[in-house]
Design a binder for this molecule. Structure first.
Ligand code: FAD
Ligand code: EPU
Length: 336
């Protein structure tokens, strides 16, 4: 077992924060995992995928297990659907590319989301009107303390907006080994979100394909979101808040054009990007930390920011949004 000591995590988190881990090991199979866990008495443990939803405020005084369990295989199929299992350490975009190449529909709107397949159910990744719960079939996970394999079907995952059982009851208890998705052989495309329809018209696309939609999503994302290989970030730093109708009504009284989306009769979702922009943060920076010019929900590392400065910056945003709108933003990024 090749446990590396005092390793920098800079290359293993998309914010590019230069902290270190006391121990670091790569895991490529379930056998690897049980061996790692049987010899490792070091605690705490951190399971790391692509590090694209993490903010390290300090060195990690424990063992990082980097998930590299790969593999894509067809489980079963019928006329309508194909069930495909992907290893938790597969890069999400590689899996999307595989499905797009085979014309299997369902996750094309989730193109270009960074990270791994194994992390995708944790916050029920979502974009452009689709969440992974829409194609999720089941997953296999290893219960670290009980040393046994568990299977979760869709209902058992308790998926919600950027939420699942893995962020709650099972937080830090499981290692997600593989995920099985149910893809469509004859997909019906979801094109109603944002600029998708406009792009279809602009490009004169008459027959929609999985690839055409995936390409459009990639274009839209590239035009709005910073590439972590160039500018450190972890995507949306906050969730979009779901607020009581009374709160959205009072915002609308002062800002009649404020964007808001009905969640149910008593609640609305208000884009955090709008709230943050109204507070004057868009494009603003303090030291080495900034708010992205095209999407203020994304906090960026302008160079050599440390995790604590990014965290403090996020707190200032939260304080100003609360002071102006009486809305409490919740961080989406995992803070360590
Ligand atoms: P990591 O950051 O490595 O880990 C995240 C959490 O999951 C940690 O708590 C970790 O311990 C745990 N974890 C990871 N793998 C496992 C495993 N196998 N078993 C158990 N626990 C595990 N998210 C969206 O939903 N929609 C978007 O549109 C989106 N856009 C983004 C754009 C950019 C530019 C960036 C940088 C991020 C974006 N994200 C988005 C956030 C991020 O890509 C997702 O949250 C992604 O699923 C994180 O995957 P990861 O492998 O990098 O997880
Ligand atoms: N807006 C502004 N100013 C801006 C940008 C946006 O006011 O500069 C407002 C507009 O009203 C716009 C609305 O915010 O209509 C929504 O913006 P956008 O479509 O860019 O999406 P978002 O709600 O900001 C969410 C996800 C993203 C996901 C996109 C696309 C969350 C927390 N974020 O962002 O996910 O890619 O929708 O579906 O739900 C992530 O989770 O890391 C992430 C990037």
């Amino acid at each position: 077992m090749n446990f590396l000591q005092n390793i920098s995590l800079k290359a293993f988190n998309t914010f590019g924060i230069d902290v270190s881990a006391r121990q670091f090991i790569t895991c490529t199979s379930i056998n690897d995992l049980s061996e790692i866990l049987s010899v490792n008495e070091d605690n705490p443990l951190l399971i790391l995928g692509g590090g694209s939803n993490m903010l390290f405020k300090k060195d990690f005084n424990g063992t990082v297990i980097k998930n590299e369990i790969k593999g894509i295989s067809i489980v079963k199929e019928d006329d309508q659907h194909i069930y495909i299992k992907a290893g938790g350490g597969e890069v999400w975009q590689d899996f999307v590319t595989y499905c797009v190449a085979h014309n299997y529909g369902g996750i094309e709107n989730l193109s270009l989301i960074p990270g791994t397949v194994g992390a995708s159910p944790i916050q029920n990744i979502g974009a452009y009107g689709v969440e992974i719960k829409d194609t999720f079939h089941e997953l296999t996970a290893y219960h670290i303390e009980d040393k046994k394999l568990l299977t979760f079907n869709k209902e058992e995952c308790k998926f919600g907006y950027r939420d699942s059982i893995f962020k709650n009851e099972y937080k830090n208890k499981l290692f997600i080994l593989d995920v099985t998705f149910r893809l469509d052989k004859h997909p019906v495309f979801k094109t109603s979100y944002g600029d998708i329809e406009a792009k279809i018209k602009e490009q004169h696309i008459e027959v929609l394909t999985v690839k055409a939609i995936s390409d459009i999503i990639c274009d839209i994302r590239k035009s709005k979101l910073p590439d972590p290989a160039v500018v450190g970030n972890a995507g949306s730093f906050f969730k979009n808040p779901v607020v009581d109708k009374a709160v959205s009504n009072s915002i609308l009284a002062n800002y009649p054009t404020a964007p808001h989306f009905k969640v149910d009769d008593n609640h609305d979702k208000i884009p955090a990007a709008w709230l943050i922009e109204q507070c004057g943060w868009k494009g603003k920076s303090i030291g080495e930390v900034g708010c992205h010019t095209k999407q203020p929900l994304v906090i960026i590392n302008l160079g050599h920011a440390d995790g604590q400065s990014i965290f403090n910056f996020s707190q200032q945003i939260m304080d100003s949004v609360y002071a102006k709108f009486n809305v409490t933003l919740e961080r989406e990024v995992n803070i360590l």
